[in-house]
Design a binder for this molecule. Structure first.
Ligand code: SAM
Ligand code: SF4
Ligand code: SF4
Length: 333
């Protein structure tokens, strides 16, 4: 039985944060002055074990869940992540199992992840230019490591996309080079508007480069873009193609919100379900799992959480009063 929320949106996707830690400090996500040695990351015992994550997924599968995305923090910092994928794959051969990663640790783990049943990969890369990449990610790593990982994914034949957060005046000069580089390699790039997620990234509308402006840059360079029909209503990206057939996606959470079709729940690393990226309140399921709750108890909790869901944050953004929101590295991007 498919369950729907108050606005008749089904529960189709679950983003699973497997850790709140990361090996980068992207300025828009985990600015170092907030995520420094004084920051209290989740203690190990609070973090859901793989078996517990699997219980949550199993409870959602009969209600129409069709996709999970492993994320974080940086999911590849979680030891033996392939083991979680293997357990999820045992639950369902049809489940779409995706991962979003910064790619720095991917090349080494890719074979095991693939053999365990991973369906697809999204890699975050904000610039080809080394200096821009390092300053946005506040890292000494280099884009070449990420590009090598992308090549390795392509060699394996796994579907791949690249996510690029655009900050006005910071990496907008990377847009055309990235479109060309990835277009020539048949990799779809998705440009994400810088979002006001969390409370530490100093978000300001002046730092947002609207997707419409990016499309007009691309039209000047490549001619008319053709809008592609979405595969699913709940797809977050609007996809366009150039006359060369290059696919370019836009995630326009700020200028063109898509709450109406939002079918995503999030499971934080410590076992709370969040029904919106911009919420400040999670629903604890770890307590049920650890107090020997039965699968029926978990199912009932999830049904009640989802059926009471009303969130439409991005559509209501301009009416919001300032409130503390949870960080993306914790809730799962
Ligand atoms: N560490 C992994 C990575 O970077 O791919 C997974 C977690 S990260 C939170 C997931 C996605 O969220 C990344 O593609 C990242 O670029 C995006 N993201 C993080 N903070 C953002 C923000 N303030 N606005 C827009 N996208 C953001
Ligand atoms: Fe880490 Fe991903 Fe956030 Fe960057 S966007 S700090 S890589 S969690
Ligand atoms: Fe979904 Fe919340 Fe984003 Fe709207 S703001 S699309 S409800 S996660």
């Amino acid at each position: 039985m498919v369950i729907e929320d108050v606005h008749h949106r089904p529960l189709l996707d679950l983003r699973i944060s497997v850790t709140d830690r990361c090996n980068m400090r992207c300025r828009y996500c985990m600015p170092r002055e907030h995520f420094d040695k004084h920051h209290e990351f989740l203690p190990r015992e609070d973090i859901l074990r793989f078996e517990e994550i699997v219980c949550v997924v199993q409870a959602m599968l009969p209600h129409g869940l069709r996709k999970v995305r492993l994320t974080g923090g940086e999911p590849l910092l979680r030891r033996d992540l392939h083991e979680l994928i293997r357990q999820l794959r045992v639950c369902s051969s049809d489940l779409d199992i995706a991962i979003t990663t910064n790619g720095l640790l991917l090349k080494k783990q890719l074979k095991k992840l693939h053999e365990a049943g991973l369906s697809r990969v999204t890699i975050s890369l904000d610039a080809l230019d080394e200096q821009t990449y390092q300053s946005m990610g506040d890292t000494n790593a280099t884009p070449s490591t990420v590009l090598e990982a992308i090549d390795a994914v392509q060699r394996l034949g796994l579907p791949i996309k690249v996510n690029t957060v655009v900050k006005k005046g910071v990496n907008e000069d990377q847009i055309l080079p990235m479109v060309k580089y990835f277009g020539q390699r048949d990799v779809s790039v998705r440009f994400i508007e810088f979002m006001d997620v969390g409370s530490t990234n100093d978000w300001n509308l002046d730092h947002v480069l609207p997707a419409e402006v990016i499309r007009s840059m691309l039209t000047d360079e490549y001619g008319t873009l053709e809008a592609k029909r979405p595969d699913h209503a709940s797809d977050v990206a609007k996809v366009y193609t150039t006359s060369e057939g290059w696919k370019i996606g836009f995630i326009e959470s700020i200028t063109n919100p898509f709450c109406g079709d939002c079918s995503r729940a999030r499971l934080s690393a410590n076992g709370s379900i969040y029904t919106c990226l911009f919420t400040n309140k999670g629903h604890d399921v770890r307590g049920i799992l650890r107090m020997d709750g039965s699968p029926a108890d978990i199912t009932q909790a999830i049904q009640s959480i989802w059926m009471n869901r009303k969130d439409r944050y991005s559509e209501e953004r301009s009416n919001q009063t300032t409130k503390i929101k949870v960080e993306m590295s914790y809730i799962g991007g």
